[in-house]
Write a protein that binds this ligand. Structure first.
Ligand code: MD3
Ligand code: FE
Length: 216
């Protein structure tokens, strides 16, 4: 059962922690256009399973759009202007991505959000993301905006200290979360995706994260 089933799409928002706001179903209306833009980006910059510096292959498949993209390899994590797979710049950020990210950030109290990177994560059942911090971005005053599409996921949200036990939040299709202020450096991750099929995306979950990497 979904507690918010009988609310209009933009009526509900839940504070997760200081600086972190969950906007329930914020992107549900534009989902078809967003998904079409995702597929167009992925045609130019295909999903790939990156290596971690520790020598593992990530279960989440990734790509990027916008001026900078997050890449991981045996030599470390970094943001890069060129896709190492194609040697080309990452595809431009689709207008509907930027519009969604800016409207969500403004709704959560960040009116001047100008992301220069968008990481695309694709999960199939069983894929997961271990607890980590996102701290490769130079502008830590800016929030990160995340959009979930497709199968639901259990999102793990800890504090800026790894020792606290993380909270669990269920993120569903169309949910947008804005992570800023004291939450910006919190540890977070995603539990192994459960089996299922989504009406629009099928057997997968796609997550977009909008980031400000360069200082403004
Ligand atoms: C909280 N992605 O790409 S989105 C990531 O669902 C990442 O694919 C997850 O963690 C996913 O780095 C979670 C929510 C999220 C993203 C970035 C954050 C939460 C965050 C940065 C700081 C604090
Ligand atoms: Fe992250």
């Amino acid at each position: 059962m979904d507690l918010f089933d009988d609310l209009p799409p933009d009526a509900a928002q839940t504070p997760i922690a200081p600086g972190a706001m969950l906007l329930h179903g914020f992107a549900r209306d534009g989902d078809a256009a967003l998904l079409q833009a995702v597929e167009s980006v992925l045609q130019q910059a295909p999903l790939r399973h990156m290596q971690t510096p520790g020598g593992y292959t990530m279960s989440v498949a990734m790509s990027n759009c916008g001026p900078l993209g997050w890449v991981s390899s045996a030599s470390g994590y970094r943001y890069a202007a060129l896709d190492p797979l194609t040697g080309q710049p990452w595809p431009a950020m689709p207008a509907c991505f930027l519009d969604l990210a800016q409207r969500a950030a403004a709704q959560a109290g960040y009116p001047h959000f100008e992301p220069d990177a968008c990481l695309i994560n694709q999960y199939v059942p069983g894929a997961k993301l271990s607890l980590h911090q996102d701290k490769d971005e130079l502008d830590l005053r800016a929030p990160i905006v995340s959009l979930s599409l497709g199968l639901p996921a259990v999102f793990l949200f800890g504090s800026p200290s790894r020792k606290d036990r993380p909270q669990r939040w269920r993120l569903v299709h169309g949910d947008v979360v804005v992570w800023g202020g004291p939450s910006r450096l919190a540890f977070h991750g995603v539990s192994a995706l459960a089996e299922g099929a989504h009406a629009l995306l099928g057997r997968r979950r796609v997550n977009l994260t909008f980031r400000c990497v360069r200082k403004k």
